[in-house]
Design a protein around this ligand. Structure first.
Ligand code: KG4
Ligand code: ZN
Length: 338
């Protein structure tokens, strides 16, 4: 089965053609980050307008790259939420019209389930059951995954998402959006032991996160050392990143041990952070835990993960109706299928 995936939940217009579980025939991502950069974050109205401009060229390029006739497509899967309502509507409405006009199977996909599925878009995939982290600009969720369709939410952020914390710290230091990659690069030049920022673990047993405290601590430090910022910026980045990664690693390893899993799969934009991946591999070596991270281009928002999740839903005859609509907030049962 060949599925056309479409993703437009935030600031990437993406389309991909995926055959069965994990054969990516083509994947195209049109990013808007250059436009949002000057505002220091995503402007929802601008994002929607950019999606309208990009959607048709992105679909055309996806077909062209796969050297595939439109007639070969068996089904269409589009991100239904969570995300920015106006942005979601563009990809989702396009997908519905595309499927309806061609009499194709259609399914709406939960964006977070899509991220979890990015772990399957590889030759080397985690065995069930495993612990999955979705760490992006909007979410920091830990799941216990014991089948292709069962994702038990073990914990989530109570305030800012981890990617959002990276973005906000970057903005505070005048380094632009998105901040994750910039902070990671700066941290490499700094000493993470020089400035200690707090680690927020909440209750010992909890798998929830809170990143607003560390963000405020960085802001306080920057305000108090404003005249010396240039000299300190690398150590600030390193100290901040170390604090955030310590919390992520600790909770992931605890979740993995508690649920007797042998694999942790990290996904979402923050999973592209090589320092995170390398430290996690190192910290889990003696515990016999294997770490999985998607290829860099599959960590951030993409449509291949949406097509892969869509394939599994369509395979099990889970279709969406054409009067289904998008949603902005995280919902456990997004498409009313379960
Ligand atoms: O998954 P994603 O592309 O979009 C959402 O669904 O939000 O994640 C984007 C987030 C941004 O907050 C960005 O700063 C963060 O992922 N990010 C990183 C890195 N690359 C992207 N965070 C830390 N280190 C990175 N290398
Ligand atoms: Zn995402």
């Amino acid at each position: 089965m060949i599925v056309l995936g479409i993703e437009s939940s935030c600031d990437e217009t993406a389309a991909a053609l995926v055959e069965n579980d994990n054969i990516i025939l083509s994947s195209v991502i049109a990013s808007q980050t250059d436009i949002h950069n000057k505002y220091g974050g995503v402007v929802p109205e601008i994002a929607s307008r950019m999606h309208i401009e990009a959607i048709v060229p992105v679909i055309k390029e996806t077909l062209f790259k796969a050297k595939l006739s439109i007639k070969k497509i068996d089904g269409v899967a589009a991100t239904r939420g969570p995300g920015l309502i106006g942005a979601l509507l563009i990809g989702f409405s396009f997908a519905k019209a595309f499927a309806y006009a061609r009499n194709l199977k259609f399914v709406g996909v939960n964006h977070l389930e899509g991220h979890i599925y990015s772990s399957f878009l590889s030759e080397n995939i985690p065995a069930f059951p495993f612990i999955s982290l979705v760490a992006s600009g909007g979410h920091t969720n830990i799941y216990y995954v014991d089948s292709y369709d069962n994702f038990e939410l073990m914990g989530q952020t109570r305030d800012d998402a981890v990617g959002e914390a990276f973005d906000k710290v970057s903005k505070m230091m005048g380094l632009g959006y998105p901040g994750g990659i910039v902070i990671e690069e700066m941290a490499k030049k700094g000493d993470h032991k020089k400035i200690h920022f707090p680690r927020t673990y909440l209750d010992k047993e909890s798998f929830d996160f809170s990143f607003s405290g560390i963000k405020s601590a960085v802001l306080r430090f920057i305000t108090e050392h404003s005249e010396n910022l240039d000299a300190l910026k690398y150590d600030i980045a390193a100290g901040f990143q170390a604090s955030v990664l310590d919390v992520l690693k600790t909770k992931l390893i605890n979740a993995c041990l508690q649920r007797k899993c042998t694999s942790i799969a990290i996904t979402g934009g923050v999973a592209a952070n090589q320092t995170f991946y390398q430290q996690l591999v190192k910290d889990t070596q003696k515990l016999g835990i294997k770490i999985f991270a998607p290829k860099k281009e599959l960590c951030g928002d993409n449509a291949a993960m949406i097509a892969a999740r869509g394939y599994r839903l369509l395979l099990n005859n889970n279709y969406s109706k054409f009067d289904h609509d998008v949603f902005s907030r995280n919902k456990i049962d997004p498409i009313g299928l379960k």
